[in-house]
Design a protein around this ligand. Sequence first.
Ligand code: NI
Ligand code: MN
Length: 219
Amino acid sequence: MKIYYGGHSSFMLESKDRKILIDPMMLEGIPDGGINLIALTHAHGDHMGDAAELAKKNGCPVMAVFELANYLAAQGVETADGHIGGKLHFDFGWIKFVPAWHGSSLDGRYMGMPCGFIINLYGTTVYHAGDTGLFGDMQLIARQTPVDVFLCPIGDKYTMGPEDALKAVELVRPRIVIPMHYNTFPPIKQDPEAFAASVQETAAGTEAWVMKPGENRSL
Ligand code: NI
Ligand code: MN
């Protein structure tokens, strides 16, 4: 699998002939064509980006919880809806909606619950936590499907900060953790290298990848 980091919480996962784009607010280094699916964790602007336009351009669906999917469908976007706990099956594997402790609204309108995603792309498992605080059920979620790559917010203020993110890594026990949702704006300024060092020190078996926007890596 090839992982592209577009910046903030934006990632593209590519394996064989399939490309999944998550929270496409920033697309640095991410080719915006040939996308098969766009997954949205919630409706906040720093995650949605131009998801509707991108979906139309690529002729692909947007996966989101029921309320957000309905909002997008009303704009003529093809959607793949579901809700927390539900798993959608695709030709490449499956994606499950999992909880995230946050909000989700757009211009004051309620957009349903925010979520994270467990993505199984041709057998490799990625957990995109969305925007969330730390919660103990991360352990339960990861116990059901061992996580290869954990995309974990560390920005603090609106999500977990580095200390809670380290606890999350201890609960999820991924092979690789990639910090996200930091340094995009001054209030979420963090030192990702310090976070990576703390992972190395305390979470045996987990490697931390600090990716720069525009970078991609393969596993
Ligand atoms: Ni948010
Ligand atoms: Mn956010």
